[in-house]
Design a protein around this ligand. Structure first.
Ligand SMILES: *Cc1c(COP(=O)(O)O)cnc(C)c1O
Length: 340
């Protein structure tokens, strides 16, 4: 059974919501990605309900899937966006996303990208190093504005996820925890930047919340200290990274994530920013492909690794299921691997 929601097996035939996948293949051809809008809307709604609406900003992480129709749907639902490039900014704006709900993350922002985001009027830049902050300050001064920023600190917890998607201290991500106060302090005198927040993100496909709690403990304390020291921080960004089920993983529910995040933040005077990606889109779609040839032990189909790169990239697992197969004798029933 596929770990996707709103996909259902009826009489040996796979349906996306009420539509047989075979009919979609007939109409649009293969390969084709098929998304369940009902699933996407539901995930957004469950997230909102779990975290409440007071001083919350859910910024969908665009790198999880930057399809324009998806972005359009999220924008209409009032979602914010977490971007990592100027191209993603263009897509968000084209889809009607509000720049005031955009956070710009990522270790490799160019000056041109910074300028474009500043002109668009985004909420804040999540800055990953002292060098980057210096560059942002120069761009801000050139444009005669103060760029709102949060430092992304590296709380150095073991996220216990795949080594290719973890963000430990040895990785390229974040400002070392101990250096954050000094950098905020130094940048106080700079005229092209303005500190507005604090940010962390410890990795992706997290299946345990313990590292999140551990990181939050440290970051919440730092946030308070910075506020007391007179930095006018208003936004605490806790990143994303919640894992989903591909096979048999035990993943935290969104309610559990909310509890783990909200409890340590009690009493803190901050707007909470979240950057979920995978948990919104990962279990909402399938890639439909057609078998063309058989060759030795291989089944050759019309989709390649460019269409679904994760297995080839780091041996990630993706379930394969026939669109029509009564012969396999699989029971009818709902698919679904997520916890939602
Ligand atoms: C990738 C990424 C996210 C989203 O991660 P998911 O695992 O898709 O939830 C959020 N914030 C940052 C900084 C990221 O790099």
């Amino acid at each position: 059974m596929l770990p996707v929601n709103h996909f259902e097996l009826k009489k040996g035939e796979l349906y996306a919501e009420e539509v047989p996948l075979a009919r979609i293949a007939q109409q649009v051809g293969t390969p084709a990605y098929v998304y369940s809008a009902a699933t996407l809307e539901r995930h957004l709604r469950v997230l909102r309900e779990a975290f409440g609406s007071e001083r919350r900003l859910i910024c969908y992480s665009v790198k999880a899937n930057s399809n324009l129709s998806l972005l359009d749907m999220f924008a209409r639902a009032g979602s914010g966006f977490d971007i990592v490039s100027g191209g993603e900014l263009q897509r968000v704006l084209k889809a009607g996303g509000s720049p005031q709900k955009v956070v710009f993350a990522g270790v490799g922002k160019t000056r041109d990208e910074m300028a474009a985001a500043l002109k668009a009027g985004i909420l804040m830049f999540n800055v990953e190093s002292a060098e980057e902050l210096k560059a942002l300050d120069e761009v801000g001064q050139q444009l005669g504005v103060r760029a709102p920023y949060a430092l992304r600190v590296n709380p150095d917890v073991d996220a216990k996820t795949h080594r290719h998607i973890s963000t430990s201290k040895a990785s390229k991500f974040g400002v070392p925890f101990k250096e954050a106060v000094a950098l905020y302090t130094e940048a106080r005198a700079w005229r092209g930047v303005k500190a507005v927040g604090l940010d962390f993100h410890i990795g992706s496909q997290l299946t345990s919340l313990a590292p999140v709690r551990q990181a939050l403990g440290r970051v919440a304390k730092l946030f308070s200290e910075l506020q007391q020291a007179g930095f006018g921080l208003t936004h605490l960004d806790v990143g994303g990274g919640i894992g989903i089920r591909y096979k048999d993983e035990n993943t935290p529910s969104l309610q559990q994530w909310a509890k783990a995040v909200l409890e340590p933040l009690k009493g803190l005077d901050a707007t909470l920013v979240l950057e979920p990606g995978r948990v919104i889109v990962g279990n909402a779609a399938v890639l439909m492909t057609k078998v063309l040839y058989r060759k030795k032990q291989f089944v050759i189909c019309d989709a390649g690794m460019n269409d679904l790169i994760r297995p080839a990239l780091y041996e990630a697992f993706h379930e394969i299921a026939p669109v029509k197969n009564a012969a396999r004798g699989e029971e009818d029933g709902r698919c679904g691997g997520a916890h939602l």
